[in-house]
Ligand binder design. Structure first.
Ligand code: SF4
Length: 749
């Protein structure tokens, strides 16, 4: 471990240590009745969600006490989220699995009685892998998408051994990735330069809450709104759900799920016909035909298909009120540059999601934003060639094929690390299929639905206890490498998953296996490579050792002088967009969304996150179904009434929460609850919306069209009290000058 003071004479340009924190927490200033000690701040990388941002962890007397964003990390620049802070609870959680556990009938017992149960468990795993070497396709490995050296170790192990490797991303963004490739010819997610934009037009993505890299995007959004000498940016959100991002917009334009591409092309038609677009771009995106290329997207069609005609109604002349709103949006977007069009989430998760996303991203060419400040900037490759800089999830079609293989008895051994596919793929009944595998090995720290179906469960280091590195995705527009280091000694008898794979490869004699270096040595090798390149923000080190100390002290290397490639020429707009197809014939469009605090369920075992109010509903400790107020009236429902939500793959029961800002034909349900098991704080809480989703896929990529299900609501007659802050404290009036306000204690109430 390297403390923040370990950099010696090495200079880190842009260094921004939180001096005030160090001063406030110094022993001199501690109250006398506290145990004194010296605090150290260690820089590392957050692993609580896929954006993997930079952190500083305060450690006193060997214990991690506080986490905050690393000011030197270019993506989050000192900011962090509640999910990130909750890692402390994960580290010291009383329900952490303390030792290897092996199935015993319907339950589990500690592996034993040997002297080293972990070594014995790994011996069993290596022997099992060895016995299956000639039938490697009967072995599968499941992880979340992994970047950094760990991603390299896992991919090489998978390919060299020959097993099936699947990456699991709940409510994944595979369609966005394909659209980025189609429109910008880029393999990595670009840097959407919101901070420097004057106008942001967002379709569907909840970028202020959970989408792609929410802390860095929220930070950029703050600059977009507030920087001095920079006109306050204008933000318009398009989408069927009133998300936290929609709530922050200047204008919210509700549309029916899957019709966002029709609106984007309707906007393009208006922009071209008014001569507001860059003429060269018009040539490219229309194949030289100009506005005629988009003649199918006249404003009447846009109003009709998007549902905006229904949502906005008509004026006294019987003209849709949506028409001037759409025309104004087109003009504002085209004439208030730099303008940026982004999208994802439920917009991409449709059967026609790729066409939607292509139309949206291509708008950026029309207004000259591609490759420009305040627009779309492509990210460069990794500075260290051995460190993968991009990773996405397997498609739904790949998961379906794998589930079929499990059911057919074609898989003998499944190794799962850092994922809970039984919960996330409940609509595929992945749990039922997994029961057909002869052995299941789970690397994880908490019991969950997948671990409970395992043969053996092996606890691993948490991210605060292990080595790693990461190239952030999306990056900040220049090359960056984050360094993850153990900030405390392992609390329990755990191992690093990367090191386990490296050692297993050696034991198995897997051809061209990982280099044999440990994860720590791989991290060091990345720093050595950067030392050789001698550029970027770490300068003045005399040898690789000193360079490594500087890198670990700051937690990051980056080179702002690097740039991504130029995007290719603008693609032609699709001439037509197929209508979205929904699963089921229920009355309501269902929009599932990642929980602001729990993500896809990864944080459900942490009470801090369970108690974090949802930013829109303020509900805690539960899940719910959001419903339009008038629709609720019509169905004679009150907040807290329990309804059965009947979807294409099953039904769940949830209390209703309603507000006026949801379209009357849409319901929305957060993902993240509904665990049968996941520790005492998550067990039997809420319902798992993933279990009722249909199997529709985006037609080109095979990715899950997870926002393309229709559902019905059926009253159950049950009612529950919802734990929420909203509306429970009433309105507190301002006191008159000099007035003394009476206080009632809790005991008196
Ligand atoms: S958004 Fe993700 S990576 Fe960033 S601080 Fe929060 S949990 Fe960590």
């Amino acid at each position: 471990m390297a403390g923040v003071s370990g950099a010696g004479a090495v200079v880190f340009a842009g260094c921004n240590i939180p001096d005030e924190e160090l001063w406030v927490q110094s022993p001199v200033n501690l109250p006398e009745d506290l145990v004194t000690g010296v605090d150290n701040w260690y820089a590392t990388v957050c692993r609580q969600c896929a954006s993997a941002e930079g952190l500083l962890v305060r450690v006193m007397e060997g214990r991690a006490k506080k986490i905050q964003g690393n000011p030197d990390y270019p993506t989050n620049a000192g900011k962090h989220s509640a999910r990130c802070e909750a890692q402390l609870q994960e580290l010291y959680h009383p329900d952490r699995i303390a030792q290897p556990m092996a199935r015993d009938g319907d339950g589990f017992l500690p592996v034993g009685p040997g002297a080293d149960p972990y070594a014995d468990s790994l011996e069993w795993l290596v022997n099992t892998l060895d016995s299956l070497k000639g039938r490697a396709s009967r072995v599968a490995l499941i992880t979340p998408p992994l970047r950094g050296h760990l991603g390299q170790v896992v991919s090489r192990f998978a390919s060299d051994y020959g097993l099936r490797y699947l990456t699991l991303e709940t409510l994944g963004e595979g369609v966005l990735r394909q659209a980025v490739k189609d429109v910008f010819n880029a393999d990595r997610l670009p840097h959407f330069d919101i901070a420097n934009a004057a106008f942001v037009l967002n379709f569907g993505s909840d970028f202020l809450s959970t989408w792609v890299s929410p802390v860095s995007l929220a930070r950029a959004y703050g600059k977009f709104r507030n920087v001095e000498g920079h006109e306050r940016g204008t933000f318009v959100h398009v989408g069927p759900r009133f998300s936290m991002t929609a709530a922050n917009a200047d204008r919210w334009m509700p549309v029916r799920p899957g019709t966002e591409g029709v609106l984007a092309l309707g906007l393009a038609k208006i922009i071209i016909e008014h001569g507001w677009a860059d003429p060269q771009a018009v040539q490219a995106v229309t194949g030289g035909r100009g506005g005629a290329a988009l003649e199918a997207f006249d404003i009447d069609r846009v109003v009709r298909e998007t549902g905006m005609g229904d949502y906005f109604g008509v004026d006294e002349h019987g003209v849709s009120k949506a028409i001037p709103k759409i025309e104004r949006l087109a003009e504002d977007f085209a004439t208030h540059g730099p303008a940026l069009a982004i999208g994802g989430g439920e917009t991409a998760a449709q059967t026609n999601g790729l066409q939607n996303m292509r139309a949206i991203l291509t708008l950026n060419y029309l207004v000259g934003s591609v490759g420009q400040k305040g627009g779309v900037l492509l990210n460069p490759d990794s500075a260290v060639p051995s460190v993968p800089a991009s990773a996405g999830g397997a498609s739904f079609n790949q998961w379906r094929a794998f589930t079929d293989a499990l059911r057919s008895g074609d898989i003998d051994l499944v190794i799962v690390r850092g994922a809970d596919p039984v919960h996330s793929l409940a609509n595929l009944d992945f749990g039922g299929a997994l029961a057909r595998a002869s052995s299941v090995v789970t690397f994880g720290n908490f019991w969950n639905e997948t671990a409970l179906r395992s043969t053996i469960v092996l606890p691993e280091h948490t991210s605060l206890e292990e080595w790693g590195d990461d190239v952030p995705e999306p990056g900040p527009g220049h090359q960056t490498l984050g360094f993850q280091q153990p900030v405390v000694r392992p609390v329990l008898n755990t191992r690093s998953f990367g090191d386990v794979l490296i050692q297993s490869a050696e034991r198995l004699g897997v051809a061209q296996g990982p280099s044999g270096l440990t994860m720590q040595e791989l991290v060091r090798s990345g720093a050595e490579e950067l030392f050789r390149q001698n550029r970027g923000l770490i300068i003045g080190a005399t040898d690789a050792e000193e360079y490594l100390k500087a890198a670990l002290s700051r937690g990051v290397w980056s080179d702002p002088n690097t740039k991504g490639p130029q995007a290719g020429s603008a693609p032609e707009f699709d001439r037509e967009i197929p209508s979205p197809q929904q699963d089921g014939n229920g009355r309501f469009f269902l929009v599932p969304y990642l929980s602001n605090a729990l993500g896809g369920g990864e944080g459900a075992h942490l009470p801090w996150l369970q108690a974090a109010p949802d930013p829109i509903t303020t509900v805690v400790w539960k899940s719910w179904v959001e419903l339009n107020e008038k629709t609720a009236d019509e169905l004679e429902l009150r907040i807290g009434d329990v309804v059965r939500v009947e979807g294409p793959s099953g039904a769940i029961e949830l209390p209703v929460y309603f507000h006026p800002a949801l379209p009357p034909d849409v319901v929305a349900i957060p993902v993240g609850q509904g665990h049968k098991e996941n520790g005492r704080y998550a067990r039997d809480r809420g319902a798992n919306v993933m279990s009722i989703l249909g199997w529709s896929t985006e037609t080109t990529t095979g990715s899950s069209a997870w926002a393309a299900s229709r559902v019905n609501l059926v009253k159950t007659g049950e009612h529950v009290t919802m734990s929420r802050n909203e509306g429970t404290t009433g309105i507190i009036r301002e006191p008159h000058p000099g007035e003394i306000i009476g206080v009632t204690t809790h005991a008196q109430m």
